[in-house]
Design a binder for this molecule. Structure first.
Ligand SMILES: C=CC1=C(C)c2cc3[nH]c(cc4nc(cc5[nH]c(cc1n2)c(C)c5CCC(=O)O)C(CCC(=O)O)=C4C)c(C)c3C=C
Ligand SMILES: [Fe+2]
Ligand SMILES: [Fe+2]
Length: 331
């Protein structure tokens, strides 16, 4: 009589890393598919339906994908979209650090790998408890809460729901602030220090903050903590917001307007860092490295230096591992 013996020890828990998602290719068709899913999420755009369907499909998805695809093409790598390539590297590095007993999977809120695919991967590895770690240091309804909704939807057909815990934000975690400060100090050691440090965060509509989205407040707290860690005076740094979408007012000050004003004032050199992104992506490599550099220089500004995201820095992966340890105590 055959007896099934499980030889592999069942892991106690697994980690689900989640980032935003990105197009499959730098083409208008792939960008259209990506934006159609992303911008249809009510957590991202709350304009009432069916009006939003008409605007999205009648206007935005006709004209935006072609223009945005050019931006993606200018930053695309041999391993695909920078966001995807770096997220995969982060997953592998965290897996290496946590060891084989803690499986680490990667999901994207929009596109692939889906929550369902990543959940199945963890299930196949024997996971019964899952820590969800969205790679968004600051909590927003448009990112972190969207992960929550999408995960619930992705697991809606799962007959064996895992026990779950969440990292809701880490905007003020000492290791996050230290890693950011280390990256700035190392950059300065190699390239010298600029006159001002701009900490540019992805924005959200002002209306979202007014109704309670904690994101802008957490961005300001991150910026203040980083400035304190670097011992900068008030005149040496600013917290600003980039990547506006649509015509309504977004949280201020705006990154592009600020850089233009500084350019006009003849500022000699600015250093720019973007702490809301765990990985470099379109919004940093194209919008900050290219567009905003031009804004500053064309307005009369001097040198412009972009300091990369934390990406696969060892202190960043250590931070992620520490978040896992802190949130899985007792598991
Ligand atoms: C870091 C946190 C992010 C917040 C908060 C956020 C809010 C937010 N974004 C849009 C619209 C767009 N964002 C786009 C790209 C994009 N956004 C984030 C992160 C946050 N967004 C990332 C990491 C990326 C880059 C993705 C990549 O593939 O590299 C885009 C797509 C590009 C474009 O068409 O310009 C849009 C659109 C809104 C409306 C919003 C808050 C309500
Ligand atoms: Fe965005
Ligand atoms: Fe952008």
């Amino acid at each position: 009589m055959g007896v099934f013996v499980e030889t592999r020890p069942t892991p106690s828990f697994g980690v689900l890393l989640v980032n935003l998602g990105t197009p499959k290719a730098p083409t208008a068709a792939a960008v259209r598919e990506y934006l159609a899913e992303f911008l249809w999420d009510k957590r991202v755009v709350d304009v009432p339906r069916p009006l939003w369907w008409l605007i999205l499909h009648g206007v935005i998805l006709r004209f935006r994908p072609g223009r945005v695809a050019k931006g993606y093409a200018s930053v695309w790598t041999d391993e695909g979209s920078p966001l995807m390539a770096i997220s995969r590297q982060q997953q592998a590095a965290l897996q290496q650090l946590l060891g084989p007993d803690v499986p680490v999977s990667l999901a994207m809120t929009y596109g692939e790998p889906t929550m369902e695919q990543a959940g199945l991967e963890l299930r196949r590895a024997g996971v019964e408890k899952m820590l969800v770690l969205p790679l968004f240091p600051q909590n927003s309804s448009s990112t972190t809460a969207a992960v929550h909704d999408r995960l619930a939807k992705g697991l809606s057909r799962c007959p064996h729901l895992p026990e779950m815990r969440w990292v809701s934000h880490y905007h003020d975690h000492p290791l996050y602030i230290k890693a950011l400060a280390n990256s700035v100090r190392e950059y300065w050691a190699e390239h010298g220090q600029g006159d001002r440090l701009m900490m540019s965060f992805h924005g959200i509509p002002q209306r979202y903050e007014d109704r309670g989205d904690p994101y802008p407040g957490q961005c300001r707290a991150t910026a203040a903590a980083l400035a304190a860690e670097l011992e900068l005076s008030e005149e040496q740094w600013i917290c600003s917001f980039q990547s506006r979408f649509g015509r309504e007012e977004w949280v201020k000050p705006y990154t592009d307007h600020t850089l233009e004003a500084w350019g006009k004032q003849g500022l000699q050199r600015v250093d720019v860092i973007s702490p809301a992104f765990a990985a470099d992506c379109l919004e940093t490599l194209e919008e900050l490295e290219e567009e905003n550099r031009d804004n500053f220089k064309n307005a009369g500004g001097g040198d412009y230096h972009y300091i990369p995201c934390l990406n696969t820095r060892s202190d960043h992966i250590e931070l992620l591992a520490e978040l896992v340890r802190q949130h899985t105590q007792g598991w």
